[in-house]
Each structure stands twice: as C-alpha cells, then as structure tokens.
Ligand binder design. Sequence first.
Ligand code: UTP
Length: 291
Amino acid sequence: MVKKAVIPAAGLGTRFLPATKVQPKEMLPIIDTPTIQYVVQEAVDAGIEDILVITGKGKRAIEDHFDRNFELENHLEDKGSEAAYAEIRRLADMANIHFIRQKEMNGLGDAIAQARWHTGSDPFVVLLGDTVMKSVIPVTRQLIDIYEQYQCSILGVETVPKEKVSRYGILGGNKISEHIMEVTELIEKPDPKEAPSNFAVAARYILTPEIYKAIAETPRGKNNEIQITDALKILMQREKIIAYKFEGKRYDIGNKLDYLKTTIEFAMERKEFSKPLMKFIKTLSGKRSKS
Ligand code: UTP
C-alpha cells in the first residue's frame, strides 16, 4: 500500500521573480488558497496519511501555514467568525505533515533524495508542490490504484499536442492500453520528429525505494542539477516502470501566464466571482478591441 507522500517545494521559483524573492512559489494563492494547500488536499483525498514536504531556505511560510496559529484562532473565535475559524483549524489537522530541508538547490532528483530516511523501504507518491490537479478522482488516487495492479513505479502522464513535445519529458515504450504504457524510453524535450509518443511526464509519480540508489548514481545533468528524469532512466534498466495517462487537468503555477490562467479558471467556477468576473473580462476585451 502507498501511504506516504513527498512534496518537493524547495525550488527557487526564478521564473516568478520578484514575487518569489522571499515568498515561496508554492504559497502563491489561487484566489484565496495557497497552491500547496491544493496539493496537500489531493494527497489527503487519496488516502495518504503521512506527508513529507521538502522545503529550503526562505520556505518557513509553508510550515507556518500548516501549523496552529493560536492568536488568529482566538481572534476569529472572539469575532464569531465560525467558518474562517473552522477552516484555520482544519488546516492544522489536515494530515501528519513533516518537513525536511534541501540544503542546496541541486534539482528535483536531489530534492526527492532528501526523503529517503522518511520513506525507507516503502513506495511513495511524489506531488510537485507547484502543480495543482483538477479531477473527479484525485490523480494521486488514480496512480495508487495503478500501482496496486502493477507493483512498480508509476509515472503520471498527460498527452500533449505533437508540436509541443519539445517542452516536455516524453515517454516511449509498449502500450498496454490506451492509458497505460510500459516505459522503455524517456527523452527530455525531444524534437517533434524524434518523439516516441505524445505521453508527457506530468508532476505526479509513484516511486519505489530503488529510486534512491538510482538518484545516488545519477550524474549532474541539465543546469548542473540532479534531474529526476535521468534517475528514472537508470531505474528503467532495473525495474519495470509504467506510465499512466490520468483523468484530470494539470495547472502549473510556476510560470506567470499559466498562473494567471489558472486563477481566472478557478475564479470562474466560484459562484461569487463568475458573473462579475465575466462582465469585467467582457468590458476589458471590448475596450481593447476598440483601441
Ligand atoms: P521547478 O523546476 O518548476 O521549480 O520544480 P523551480 O526550480 O523552483 O523553478 P524555476 O525554474 O526556478 O522558476 C518543480 C517543483 O520541484 C521543486 C520546486 O519547489 C517545485 O515545486 N524543486 C525543484 C525542489 O524542491 N528542489 C529543487 O532543487 C528543484
């Protein structure tokens, strides 16, 4: 059974400067909820009981967000703000959340390596802390179900248009069904002509403990960092890896344009915002098309 989750959230978020100079990218709110809270909620909804967040320098706000805040709780209680009080209390009790620091920013592979003493000999799910999923069944739950069937590492994938494969880590291998592939190839940002498929690695993984040995053997790659994709290539030589095309939509808030789009899409689904926001956007686009 997969009972543990690892959420890497130590990255510098350089694509989102200056907002991320002192503020963790993973705390950027989608309307009123920090991105990482959606990620933790997905793990909890999937039945995960133990979460390890990989943090780093300047990421204290993440720890504080999931901790008790007695001053705020008392204030909300005194004011009679019951709903806000309940939400603030719920946050501190969401799951058993632990934190560990990645001391140097050596890439995602190195961030995941920090979890080895915590996960030990158990398989674990990795959820990137800057990527939110919207789905009927939590994407993490879907991956766990596939793990239970195959008992090996599972890579969550999405299909991307052929002309955009050069932006992603693309997988190749033997298709078992429309949604499942046994992976034999992993190519980082391939030329569309050379891409073995349009299956792109997408921010959720289940990894077996063998990954730690593979990471330890992985030389520094792109950006002089330990890339998880390079470690997966080593793991692929030793163990079966399955790619699973999950049902759901991925929202990467790590770049500014996608963050804006995500915020608008999520706001459109909230009753209190959808109408006034739509009206505002229409007025705005009307003004722009006239000018
Ligand atoms: P990204 O590559 O998107 O994050 O990693 P980044 O390095 O912070 O981004 P830019 O390019 O500088 O803007 C995806 C996730 O992995 C974490 C990040 O915090 C993010 O949630 N990460 C990345 C780590 O925990 N450690 C690392 O060394 C790199």
